[in-house]
Design a protein around this ligand. Structure first.
Ligand code: MG
Length: 257
């Protein structure tokens, strides 16, 4: 059932098959159910500073750097970027507002998926735009032995945040693999754009309130409604990745008969 999506990817990237060796995971909304808290924190701080910004927008712009998120609201209202001082002040307030929420819970289904990934000998890599120490520190506690520090890309590593492909290209580099040897697991439109732009097969999981079509429009190769459904389908997906493009072409010919 996943062959068609894989064939489409292979055709448009002129490669014969996916040699799956690494899985690149986003953090917020994938590893942790933290997005509702981020959305609350953004809306609270933006409104406190007189900027119009809704929770829904926080989900739409998830994955952008703090500065970029602030400037979307600031540009819209004042036609210019916010000053570096204001950006720093607001981002600090946003982090404080986020920290006042209870600890974000691990996303249901994720621990099981990470176990499957690890058991299959695949390399898990973290690729997040977040510089939120509280969550980064909890990674090893919540998912022990999964992500090693040298296989993490965070806000501290990249010059260009998502939707730029840089974070995912760096993730490939840290895993020592090429684009057709990895898949991305993302929940945000901008993250999907980044994975897609990096030339990687990108799986979207719609763990928030957005319409799934937004994720497909952003370039997702596959869409699941939750991490649990991705986990439940993972083995089938992995088997499907062994498909070779010539076989895919034969099948297309057979289908036409
Ligand atoms: Mg995310």
């Amino acid at each position: 059932m996943f062959e068609k999506s894989i064939e489409n990817y292979l055709c448009s990237h002129s490669c014969e098959r996916l040699h799956l060796r690494a899985v690149l995971f986003d953090m917020d909304g994938v590893l942790f159910d933290s997005m509702p808290y981020h959305a609350d924190a953004w809306a609270e701080v933006m409104n406190r500073h007189g900027l119009h910004f809704t929770r829904q927008e926080a989900f739409l712009h998830e994955g952008r750097t703090g500065a970029a998120t602030i400037n979307i609201a600031y540009q819209r209202q004042y036609g210019q970027d916010a000053s570096p001082e204001l950006i720093q002040q607001m981002y600090q307030e946003k982090c404080e507002a986020f920290a006042r929420h209870p600890e974000a819970r691990p996303m249901p289904g994720t621990a099981e998926l990470l176990q499957q990934v690890k058991a299959a000998g695949l390399i898990p890599v973290l690729v997040t735009g977040s510089g939120q120490r509280t969550l980064l520190d909890r990674l090893n506690h919540q998912y022990p032995g999964i992500f090693s520090p040298e296989r993490m890309v965070t806000a501290f590593d990249v010059k260009h945040g998502k939707p730029d492909p840089e974070p995912y290209l760096m993730g490939l580099q840290k895993a020592g693999v090429q684009a057709h040897e990895a898949v991305v697991v993302e929940n945000a439109p901008i993250g999907v754009q980044a994975g897609h732009a990096a030339g990687i097969f990108t799986i979207a999981v719609n763990t928030g309130p957005l319409d799934g079509q937004v994720l497909l429009d952003a370039g997702a190769d596959l869409l699941f409604p939750s991490m649990q459904t991705l986990c439940g389908n993972w083995e089938d997906f992995r088997r499907a990745t062994t498909i070779v493009l010539s076989t895919a072409n034969d099948r297309a010919i057979n289908d036409q008969r």
